[in-house]
Design a protein around this ligand. Sequence first.
Ligand SMILES: Cc1cc2nc3c(=O)[nH]c(=O)nc-3n(C[C@H](O)[C@H](O)[C@H](O)COP(=O)(O)OP(=O)(O)OC[C@H]3O[C@@H](n4cnc5c(N)ncnc54)[C@H](O)[C@@H]3O)c2cc1C
Length: 289
Amino acid sequence: MTPFEFLLPYSLEEALSLLDPEDPNVRPVGGGTAVMLMMKAGVLRPTRLISLQRIGEQHARVEKRPDGSLLIGGMARLADIEANATVRAGWPLLAQALRGVANPRVRAVATIGGNLGHADPHMDMPPVMAALGATVVITGPNGQREVAADALCTGYYETVVRRDELITELHVPPQAGPGAYLKLTTRAAHDWPALGLAVVLGLQGERVTSASILTGAATDVPTRLRNAQSILMQRGVSAPVLREAAEAAVAEAPLVADAHGSAAYKRQLLRVALPRAVQSAVQRARSAP
Ligand SMILES: Cc1cc2nc3c(=O)[nH]c(=O)nc-3n(C[C@H](O)[C@H](O)[C@H](O)COP(=O)(O)OP(=O)(O)OC[C@H]3O[C@@H](n4cnc5c(N)ncnc54)[C@H](O)[C@@H]3O)c2cc1C
């Protein structure tokens, strides 16, 4: 292994000053679960790793803001977000989806900033955060900027976060209505998804007032299924409408082949997943107290 620096800054400012906009081998480390795998695989040979461990506590708050939205610090651990009572009560989709990410050992150390910053297309959180309408707060040498979670991932392992910036917060608006995250895996249930589908519906009786549907894992970046959303909003959630929405989703999603299956297989998964995810969300609304 090539020697590298491992630095543990005491403040966000210090961490930012140690990043290098020019060098892809200088990396921040949250939980290190993805960084370590990349190093073991030889795809990352860092010259400097900047651990966010010491500053984690100041940037790991998970709490409701006065405007009703949820604040999640960029260094909050996945297990802490999942266990948070405010999240479970107000953002059940997030808690449900987090329970299926990797395994408890990974969730105990992995951070939400690392999860979103990694941008492996198979991650569960990016489509969920986008379906919830979350905003990602990115901090760099010139201050903060905000990016919609929808626009965070730009390609295969690529995000809009620059090399001298860090994901420091997420703001998640109140969950608009019932939601569901369906993760279809080809091996164990906690495996990486072959296809992930996040759904949040606004419902007034049988009427769909809003629909937010994103697929991940089977596409290079989380993809909003706009035509499927429109069909639900115009025509409701009856079985024939769901079949039509699923066909629209299959037609509009740029599904790709990978180690988890061919594009044709992913099309079939999406065809099955969309009605199931929507029905599961509707069911949650009906069984709510
Ligand atoms: C066995 C195993 C199974 C897994 N299964 C799943 C799964 O089913 N679903 C799933 O979604 N994920 C899965 N994962 C991936 C896991 O969720 C990620 O490894 C984890 O979320 C990354 O978080 P981290 O804090 O450890 O990131 P790190 O490894 O620390 O960093 C990952 C990347 O993000 C960058 N980064 C870190 N922090 C920040 C920040 N604050 N701002 C900007 N960039 C940052 C790093 O430089 C690096 O490029 C699995 C991982 C393992 C090891």
